[in-house]
Design a protein around this ligand. Structure first.
Ligand SMILES: O=P(O)(O)OC[C@H]1O[C@H](O)[C@H](O)[C@@H](O)[C@@H]1O
Length: 310
């Protein structure tokens, strides 16, 4: 269900662009970028990217065929923004937990309406910025005052994302977060991640104990790990090689629900776990951040082809 037009939704700043237009998908507004060199789809809800690919290539992001596009409902797939906390509140540091008033995972940014700040287009690149002002409007959910500004830069080389958090409150702000990238694979058991080989991880499925990673990460069933590493990683699937270079991150979450959890997940096909995985560029577990009044921190990533740099 999609209605393409260049008419902005009532809440958005109008703009005149060559490659970017408004599109309604289900009940949500999205910006659709159809540049001669690449295509992208970015939702105002959650500032969630659901599609990025160079022209004539398939989506570099995995999207659930059961995803629903409804106000207040997390979109299953693409690149959800987990902010201002990652994971379940109970597993966050006390300074983060004390600000959380509703027991929902991954914060409220992914289900909130972001504001379009800017669209900048050129012959080689399109940049889109959106903001979320977390103030009294979120007082029932979270106690704090902060601004999130996210910028996506799309080019034929790949997709760059920068999420800057600024503490607008007086007290120190502790927060955790992730750019929760869903990636496709042709076959999860023939998929591996390189670059995490000399780190340790928290295995959330084994009582949150620390485990040393040796060699590439392989998948054979459910995987849910927080690596204490912010190094560039490579994803090698039977058909593709991608790189994911983090910025401002010292933790990387690797997740695949496996066959049992797949049945319990919302908007997720039962066999979907065989065709996807998540590599989440994060500030999670002990890598959470604290900002004093007026300070900012940027978490970012570059998703590209292996062997090519931004
Ligand atoms: O179902 P969601 O709230 O979107 O969470 C999906 C997944 O996100 C992260 O990767 C967590 O580590 C997982 O434990 C969780 O299942």
């Amino acid at each position: 269900m999609s209605d393409s037009s260049s008419r902005p939704p009532a809440t958005a700043t109008p703009g005149h662009w060559s490659f970017t237009r408004w599109n309604t998908v289900g009940q949500l507004e999205a910006l659709e970028v159809n540049h001669p060199l690449f295509r992208a789809v970015l939702f105002l809800q959650g500032a969630q990217l659901t599609h990025f690919a160079p022209a004539d290539e398939r989506n570099w992001l995995w999207m659930s065929e059961l995803a629903r596009f409804q106000p207040g409902r997390a979109i299953r797939g693409g690149m959800p923004v987990c902010w201002p906390w990652f994971g379940i509140p109970a597993r966050n540091a006390p300074e983060i937990r004390k600000r959380i008033l509703r027991d929902t995972p991954h914060g409220f940014a992914r289900t909130s309406l972001w504001r379009l700040e800017d669209v900048r287009e050129s012959a080689h690149e399109v940049e889109i910025s959106l903001s979320l002002h977390a103030n009294d409007e979120f007082a029932a959910v979270w106690h704090g005052h902060a601004m999130a500004l996210i910028t996506f830069s799309f080019s034929v080389r790949g997709c760059q994302v920068g999420l800057t958090t600024t503490n607008l409150g007086r007290d120190p702000l502790a927060f955790s977060q992730a750019l929760h990238t869903y990636l496709p694979t042709e076959d999860i058991v023939r998929t591996r991640i390189l670059g995490l080989g000399s780190s340790q991880y928290i295995d959330t499925l084994q009582g949150w104990q620390y485990v040393n990673q040796e060699g590439p990460v392989y998948f054979d069933g459910e995987v849910d790990r927080i690596y204490e590493a912010g190094e560039p990683v490579s994803l090698v699937t039977p058909g593709n090689k991608r790189i994911l270079n983090p910025v401002g991150s010292d933790s990387t979450v690797v997740w695949n629900p496996g066959p049992e959890k797949a049945k319990r997940l919302s908007d997720f096909p039962e066999s979907g776990w065989q065709k996807m995985l998540c590599i989440e560029t994060a500030n999670a577990a002990s890598d959470y951040r604290v900002l004093n009044e007026g300070q900012s921190h940027t978490l970012g990533l570059f998703l590209g082809r292996k062997g090519k740099r931004p």
